[in-house]
Design a protein around this ligand. Structure first.
Ligand code: SF4
Length: 220
């Protein structure tokens, strides 16, 4: 291992709140820094590359290893933008961790992990198409067997998901629709029509368990 340094927003132990492994206990390593800029982002504190706290790679692996869990979710921010990524992946793999990575899919992956959760942004994110759609990265994530988690605010977003799925031949059974919302009531209300859309198109529904259980609190 090395004493490579980077900034993280947090390292905490909880359950995965979203996606295909929702409900599974996991350690969350939130790397600092994101330049994507989604208008509805619920982790804006992680955007600033000088925010959070500095860690060494060794210190971070020690921190994660102290929790009674051997599953890590590396998230952000946009983790693939971090100066620390992908170094922790190899270091954590060597310690026997199973690794998931949450990404916007805007950068091409250069490492293999156990599970890629790719949340390609839709136009309602307010991010320009050239920033949020990187065909080369999407093709590579496809090759790596990623899961595709789309945040939806309204039914028109689902039509955009259909277009992206057709354009990039995303496997239907690996597509998840997740309602946007940082309040329990909003997530529950949107979940009703999101489930209808999942039934209509054969997609999976993703909950936001951390919002349903704890609201918009950090490190829970
Ligand atoms: Fe927030 Fe993720 Fe969008 Fe970055 S990519 S702005 S962290 S939702």
């Amino acid at each position: 291992m090395t004493n490579q340094r980077a900034r993280i927003a947090e390292c905490s132990f909880s359950i995965q709140g979203e996606g295909i492994t929702a409900g599974v206990p996991a350690i969350f390593i939130r790397l600092q820094g994101c330049s994507v800029g989604c208008t509805w982002c619920d982790t804006k504190y992680s955007w600033d590359t000088s925010g959070g706290r500095e860690v060494t790679l060794d210190g971070l692996v020690d921190e994660a290893s102290a929790f009674p869990c051997r599953r890590v979710v590396i998230t952000g921010g946009e983790p693939l933008e971090s100066s620390l990524f992908p170094t922790p992946v190899e270091a954590l793999k060597a310690q026997g961790f199973t690794i998931e990575v949450e990404t916007s899919g805007t950068l091409t992956p250069t490492v293999e992990v156990d599970q890629w959760n790719v949340s390609v942004k839709l136009s309602e994110s307010g991010v320009s198409q050239t920033k949020r759609i990187n065909p080369e990265a999407i093709e590579e994530f496809l090759r790596l067997g990623a899961w595709w988690k789309f945040v939806v605010l309204g039914r028109s977003d689902v039509l955009e998901v259909l277009q992206l799925a057709e354009r990039f031949t995303l496997p239907r059974e690996r597509i998840l629709l997740m309602p946007e919302g940082v309040h329990r009531e909003d997530v529950l209300e949107r979940s009703l029509w999101v489930v209808d859309e999942c039934k209509r198109y054969g997609y999976r529904y993703s909950p936001r368990l951390h919002i349903l259980l704890w609201g918009a609190r950090r490190e829970v």
